[in-house]
Design a protein around this ligand. Sequence first.
Ligand code: SAM
Ligand code: SF4
Length: 322
Amino acid sequence: MSAKNLTDSFGRVMDYLRLAITDRCNLRCVYCMPEEEGGDPVSVLSLPRIERVLKVMGSLGVKKVKITGGEPLVHPEAAEVVRLAKKAPNVGNVTLTTNGLRLARMAKELAEAGLDAVNVSLDTLDPARFLSITRRDYLHRVLTGLDQALSLGSLAVKVNCVPTADSPIPDLLALANLAKSHDLHVRFIELMPIGLGKGQTGLDPAVLMAALAEAVGPLRPVSRQFGNGPAAYYALPGFIGKIGFISAVKSCFCERCNRVRVTADGYFKTCLHMDRGLPLPLDDEAAMAEVVVAAVRDKPAGHLFAQDDGLGEERPMSRIGG
Ligand code: SAM
Ligand code: SF4
């Protein structure tokens, strides 16, 4: 197995794996997960299978792993998953995205396991809006978790927000302000028409950028990347952290795509938007590598959000990992 095996037919190199270790979650964000789960049974990837996936993907050339879910911190062995990812061949950078509910309890253990960075998904600082978005009254737990992650000093921290068309601008400005007073970056992610996101309207990033410029001052583009993602970052006057925008719909970045995904029910996806992916033989490393290499070769050029013809991924984002 060699790194060149994960080069697709367009010359893009896949070195970034998003690994969903469970599709269970302790929130029910309206654009991500239905209140009542139906359909496919809930999945939790076992440690031996996770270790095998990491070994195969690392051997094929993956260098960066994002642990995701569902909510990865409801996996009973989340810290051990971090440890395994850090030990996987070639993998240097291990990060995790979480809703933050269990972060206060687990941040130290995760950092000790070798976690490099944590993304906390948080759409509002208003408890009533938090309840209406996530269907749970747990904002206080996310904020405590965020504080705990920051207090360690060893974890790079980002806050990820998915603004919808009805998100009040003052609410989003308050969230952006976290980067003024704290050593963290706040990123605004454009809502994608996947799963439950299809029934919602995202906020045009240009509207928020204009509001930020008016409230705080000019947004100065920063060429440096902070992490693995395709975010465009801006510095704002008086802010410690940066403000990032990830706009997969309005500014498609597929031509730079370096990501592949493994879902908690064992599917390998080369595109977030396209169908469910291919079932991975999770208990057979050689067979798994064959499926991965063949699928990467067939990776599509880009998403088809604009002309969704029913071929797109139908499952909720909580089953895919974001
Ligand atoms: N539970 C963890 C969390 O919330 O960070 C990890 C899984 S969650 C699916 C990963 C990310 O996907 C979250 O930041 C969430 O806001 C984002 N997400 C979910 N549905 C989305 C959609 N339709 N469009 C854009 N982002 C979405
Ligand atoms: Fe759960 Fe994360 Fe989806 Fe919210 S965004 S429902 S926290 S998986």
